[in-house]
Design a protein around this ligand. Structure first.
Ligand SMILES: [Ca+2]
Length: 350
């Protein structure tokens, strides 16, 4: 039995229709999958802004990644109780076109010194106007860091948030211990378990028995966080900064626009004009937090991190453990190119 010409034409038309519909369906679900994959990562930065210069550049990198659609900065909290730490973060948020990002500051912290760059960057011009625009005049006018952390997390989808802590862990400990409030009926531990999918911490040293600044500045908080945080934790330890220096060459050549750049002004204030580069601990932590799957770094085996009596960090290996730390992966060239390109990316409003 054969088909006549009319029947063949009908069959062909149906075949074409079916193929077109199948292609449209495939296109739609593929697009949805891609859209889901490239959803910006909601991120909260907890920084001791004002101590070391790397926090300044780390926040610059985070803003560059926000501009590229790779993350969305939900809040910035400060773990250094200095009156200018909060306003300095406001300067950076404003410089990158995001003055509305909430800033929270702790009121009683363990590091309160002036540091090398806060006063110089925030010093007004001779006519009294600020060099860099900002609204927050003093950290005392900022809301409490824990309230900002809780409000930020409460507004996010479950298991979506990445928290990057690049200073002493006082605020993160206080978040874990926080009680239900107007932002969420959950206890701090429950809120973190519901909302956070990754905590990245710059802290510790696994290459030698040495207490590291972010640990010994508030060792009680650090011990508590490593003990009580139930989710995945990736630590960027001290030795990553020995491996990854921010290069002098980038400071000299990359920051051409805009003419007055807060990252460069902070670097000049820190080193008195002598550009030596600096250890890029906090930049590495931020880069891993937003781009964990680029094979920039190797990773330790999983386990549980503890502090010994000298505040030295140790990882007890355990296949069920949720703590790991970053390890250099080959030469530093590839990561160095990423951090210099991102740190010097001119500000833009997406
Ligand atoms: Ca820091």
């Amino acid at each position: 039995m054969g088909f006549n010409q009319r029947e063949i034409r009908v069959l062909l038309r149906r075949l074409v229709c079916f193929t077109v519909l199948a292609c449209m369906w495939l296109f739609t679900i593929t697009n949805r999958a891609v859209a889901a994959e490239i959803e910006p990562i909601p991120v909260i930065l907890d920084t001791d802004m004002g101590n070391d210069i790397d926090d300044v550049f780390a926040m610059g990198i985070l803003h560059a990644l926000h501009s590229r659609g790779e993350c969305k900065i939900v809040a910035v909290t400060v773990s250094k109780n200095h009156p200018l730490s909060g306003p300095f973060c406001d300067v950076l948020n404003t410089f990158y076109g995001r003055a509305d990002i909430p800033i929270g500051v702790l009121q009683t912290g363990t590091t309160s010194g002036d540091g090398p760059y806060l006063a110089q960057v925030m010093k007004p011009l001779a006519n009294g106007s600020p060099v860099f625009a900002h609204r927050l005049q003093t950290s005392n006018d900022a809301p409490n860091a824990v309230a900002v952390l809780r409000r930020g997390l409460a507004g996010l989808q479950d298991a979506s948030a990445v928290v990057v802590a690049i200073g002493p862990l006082t605020n993160i400990r206080d978040l874990l211990e926080s009680r239900p409030d107007e932002h969420s009926p959950l206890h701090g531990r429950e809120l973190v378990a519901a909302k956070v999918r990754l905590l990245v911490v710059m802290a510790g040293d696994f290459s030698k028995p040495k207490a590291e600044f972010n640990i010994f500045s508030d060792s009680i908080a650090a011990a508590k966080v490593f003990n009580d945080w139930r989710g995945e934790v990736v630590v960027c330890p001290f030795e990553m900064g020995e491996w990854m220096h921010y290069p002098e060459m980038s400071l000299e050549k990359d920051f051409r626009v805009p003419e007055r750049h807060p990252l460069l002004v902070a670097d000049l204030a820190t080193f008195g004009g002598k550009r030596n580069g600096f250890m890029a601990w906090d930049l590495v932590a931020v880069l891993h937090a937003i781009r964990p799957d680029r094979d920039y770094f190797n990773m330790s085996k999983p386990g549980k991190i503890d502090l010994d009596s000298e505040n030295v960090t140790r990882l007890k290996e355990d296949n069920e453990g949720k703590h790991r730390y970053l390890i250099p992966r080959g030469g530093p060239e590839r990561v160095r190119e990423a951090i210099t390109s991102l740190a010097s990316q001119p500000p833009s409003i997406p």
